[in-house]
Ligand binder design. Structure first.
Ligand SMILES: [Zn+2]
Ligand SMILES: [Zn+2]
Length: 220
């Protein structure tokens, strides 16, 4: 399992970053990105701490810990600048907190994240066809989420992404240890969304690509 969207207690998650990574390893994860919520108040505080932690863990543990952020509820005009800042500060996975149906995210935020070329547009809610196409052209991966509060439009998202050939990833948006999943649960979740084996393997490959993790046993 590769999970590219999770939260530690550096934002609103329950676990210390190291604790989160350890729990993920226990669940059989190959890689996990810690992507705490950031805005102007904390982006410079959070990233160096996650970078430092991931570096230390990766020195000793088998699981790959990846430093990231989720840019959350910021003015659309500031998104490009924050993405640039995050990458410069060492975030390897930049997630945009998209227009979920469960929060008053400003309309147009999906578009702004896609234009800023984040790695992943999280829980994009009732995303438009136009934005699904633009995501493909800009190399932005659309997120299928297992998180209950965001997950209702998953089926619609999958259909649109398949129709336009836009790449998807599956993430848990973990805040508590019980939110973590495993390969079996991932495959079951995706099967229930109507995806066939081939589509599921492609989604797994997409996560691998962003995480820069090679398939086990592969020499290339
Ligand atoms: Zn979010
Ligand atoms: Zn999140």
């Amino acid at each position: 399992m590769i999970d590219l969207h999770t939260h530690s207690l550096l934002s609103d998650g329950m676990l210390l970053p190291s604790e989160l990574v350890r729990m993920a390893e226990k669940n059989g994860y190959e890689a996990i990105a810690i992507t705490d919520h950031v805005d102007f108040s904390n982006i410079d505080f959070i990233i160096p701490r996650i970078v430092k932690t991931c570096k230390a863990l990766n020195r000793y543990w088998k699981i790959k810990a990846i430093a990231g952020v989720e840019i959350t509820h910021v003015p659309q005009q500031s998104i490009k600048g924050l993405v640039k800042f995050a990458r410069k500060a060492g975030a390897k996975v930049v997630v945009g907190h998209g227009e979920t149906i469960s929060e008053p995210v400003l309309p147009g935020t999906n578009r702004a994240f896609i234009e800023a070329r984040v790695d992943i547009l999280a829980h994009p809610g009732m995303i438009s066809d136009e934005d699904v196409i633009l995501a493909k052209n800009n190399g932005v991966f659309l997120e299928i989420t297992t998180r209950k509060s965001h997950s209702k439009p998953n089926r619609r998202l999958v259909k649109m992404a398949l129709r336009h050939g836009t790449p998807m990833v599956l993430n848990t948006d973990t805040h508590a240890p019980g939110d973590l999943i495993n390969n079996r649960k991932r495959d079951l979740f995706l099967t229930r969304l109507g995806l066939d084996n081939r589509a599921i393997r492609q989604i797994v490959r997409n996560s691998r690509l962003i995480a820069k993790v090679r398939k086990k046993g592969s020499m290339s």
